[in-house]
Structures are given as C-alpha cells and as structure tokens.
Design a binder for this molecule. Structure first.
Ligand code: ATP
Ligand code: LTN
Length: 328
C-alpha cells in the first residue's frame, strides 16, 4: 500500500477552505493509502500564538479530524511535537536547503512584500521542517491545497539532491492537489484565499461557526452585476467560488449547476449554497460536540505517537549515520 501524509497547522480555527482543500480529501484517501495525518504544532509557533488559545486550537483540530471522519484505526493521527525526531530532521533538512530556494517560496515572499512585522527565522525556514515531516515517513503522496504545492516541490528537490549526495536515503514524494476546491477564496474578497489568518472574518467560514452566521456570511458574499450563475473565475470570481464550494461538496459539475440556476437570481443561488454548507457543517459539529470532552482525543494521540515514533526514530538514526554525525 502506498503511503500518504499531510498536516494542518491550526494557528486559528479550521476553515471551510481547510476542509475542502485538505481535510475532506484525507478522509477519502484513508481507504486506499496508508495514511499519516498530523497536527503541525511546531509550524504553528512560527508566528506568535497566545498559549491558551493555541492549546484550544490544537485540541479542536484533533477533534475536527475525527469529526470529519478520519478513523484512527486506519489513519495514524499524531501531534508533531510528540515525535521529537521532526525537529531534529528539520534542522538537518534546513542544512540541505539553499537560501535561494527559501527566498523563492511565495508564501514567505508575500508576507515580506506586505511588510509584515516581526517575521521570524522559523517562518522563513519552515519549508525545511515541512520537508522533514514528509521525508521522515518516506511518503509517496502529500495531499495539499494549491498554496502548499510549492513547498512539496521544494521537498522533492531537496530529497533528490540529498539522495544524489549521500545515496538513496529518501523516497521522492508527489503533491496531490484536488481538481476542484484546491483554493477556496474569501467570500468578502474572492480574489484572495479564504484564510484563517484573515484580518476580518467576514470572508471566512470556520468549521465551528454557528450556522446562523455561516448563512449570513454566504448571503453577504461578494458577487457581481452580470446576473448569471456561470463558472468564470476572471469575470465572476465570487460566483465561481460559490460554484466551486457546491461542486466540491456535492460532486455536481459546473455545467449542471449553471443549468439548475438558469434564469434564477443570486439570492436563490446563495440560499442553496448556504443550505449545502450548513448541512455539511451541522454533521461535523454534531460529531465534534460528542468528541471534544471525551478521553478519545488523548487515546488517539498516544496511539498515533507510538506508531509514528517507531518509524521516525529508525529514519533519523539512518540519516544521522548516513551524513556522518554519529560516532560509531
Ligand atoms: P491560513 O489559512 O492561515 O492561510 P495555511 O493554508 O497556511 O493557513 P493550514 O491551515 O495548515 O495552513 O492549511 C492546511 C491545508 O489546508 C493545506 O493543505 C492548505 O493548502 C489547505 N488550505 C488552506 N486554506 C485553503 C483554501 N482556502 N482552499 C483550499 N485549501 C486550503
Ligand atoms: N506547512 C503546511 C502544514 C504542514 C504540512 C506538512 C502539510 C506542515 N508539514 C507536511 C503537508 C505535509 C501549512 O502551513 N499548511
């Protein structure tokens, strides 16, 4: 069975974008792959988080993994910092990643270009830690949203270079980006990604938002005055984004959605989007409520840690011998 691995960094509450672009796919893939899904808490601290809030977000993230359908029997679910080998291999990968490569990462470049204050060394070098996360488990596939594809490609380049230098040490992973829904846009500014780190949260639907406010945000979503439900991300980014959400959640094609809404107004269309999103979120929230105060979270993480650690300690040992930092 091929191996698949991915992680989410819950620097805030998880969003509908995270769900459609990543989480939902992890759940689908767990039948066909040996799945490793972790909570990237070391990645979280690349920016400052209020500790109490971070703890809550991390716990919510595990609960949401389970509520969305990840099955701890089939998938290995763990907390990144529970497997300490990640930080160590992360530093080794950092030493095998060139400044030129890190400088090309658009996520960091964008932050710098926006003049964000207080950018840390951690956020600059986090693609190297991400490489370690992936290579540690010799993952074959890495399901991610569009914005993370570049980091998986950097991981591939680093692994190929490492193998050429030291002999075959790592499997070369491939990014898996969904055809529909790899980049859900903000509802209030559909030219920008729906992001949990957005300044205002009008454009962002959180998985744990109360359903009334979900409905409100969707009904207020920015559209256009073309008055036709059709997929045209250039001319109609708002409507196209809502169509993408429907298509991702219901498997309807864009053509079918257009046909169903021929001659109908945007109000009716938005109401339909809100119904579909609320139905999906209601299911997730119900399961989340059952899980969040249950001991199952601790049990799942302990099991995941034990399974992941076995693989990670062997891998780190092998790599340290390969590069010559161990005294025999
Ligand atoms: P932020 O929301 O703060 O920009 P992020 O995308 O950098 O966060 P994560 O929350 O860790 O980081 O992302 C987890 C996964 O969800 C990644 O694979 C990412 O590509 C995907 N993802 C995040 N936002 C979206 C979105 N709007 N549409 C589709 N996929 C997304
Ligand atoms: N960097 C990613 C989260 C992440 C990840 C990974 C995803 C950390 N390690 C390994 C896939 C594989 C992010 O910020 N979204």
């Amino acid at each position: 069975m091929k191996r698949m691995l991915s992680g989410i960094k819950p620097t805030g509450q998880l969003t509908l974008g995270n769900y459609i672009g990543a989480l939902r796919n992890f759940v689908k893939y767990q039948d066909d792959y040996e799945m490793f899904v972790f909570i990237a808490n070391l990645h979280c601290i690349t920016v400052y988080n209020e500790p109490e809030e971070l703890r809550k977000n991390l716990k919510d993230c595990v609960a949401l993994y389970l509520a969305c359908g990840l099955d701890p029997k089939r998938s290995c679910i763990f907390l990144q910092s529970d497997v300490m080998e990640h930080a160590q291999l992360g530093f080794i990968m950092c030493c095998n990643t060139y400044l030129g490569e890190l400088n090309r990462m658009t996520q960091f470049k964008d932050k710098q270009a926006k003049g964000e204050q207080g950018l840390t060394g951690g956020i600059y070098t986090y693609p190297a830690l991400m490489s370690a996360d992936i290579l540690m488990y010799d993952a074959d596939y890495v399901p991610v949203g569009e914005d993370q594809k570049q980091h998986v490609e950097l991981c591939r380049d680093t692994a190929i270079r490492f193998n050429n230098r030291y002999g075959k040490s790592f499997n070369i992973p491939e990014p898996v980006v969904a055809k529909v829904g790899a980049k859900i846009m903000s509802l209030s500014d559909p030219t920008k990604k729906m992001s949990k780190s957005e300044q205002t949260n009008k454009g962002c639907i959180y998985l744990l938002d109360d359903l009334k406010s979900v409905r409100k945000k969707i009904m207020a979503a920015k559209t256009d005055d073309i008055a036709k439900v059709q997929y045209d991300p250039q001319q109609q980014p708002g409507i196209s984004n809502l169509m993408t959400i429907i298509s991702a959640l219901t498997n309807q094609s864009f053509d079918d959605i257009t046909k169903n809404f021929e001659g109908k107004g945007y109000g009716e269309f938005k109401k339909y989007v809100a119904d579909i999103v609320c139905e999906e979120l209601a299911m997730i929230q119900e399961r989340y409520a059952e899980i969040i105060n249950n001991n199952v979270i601790k049990e799942v993480l302990a099991e995941g840690k034990a399974r992941a650690e076995k693989i990670a300690s062997k891998k780190l040992d092998q790599i340290q011998r390969t590069i010559g930092i161990e005294i025999k």
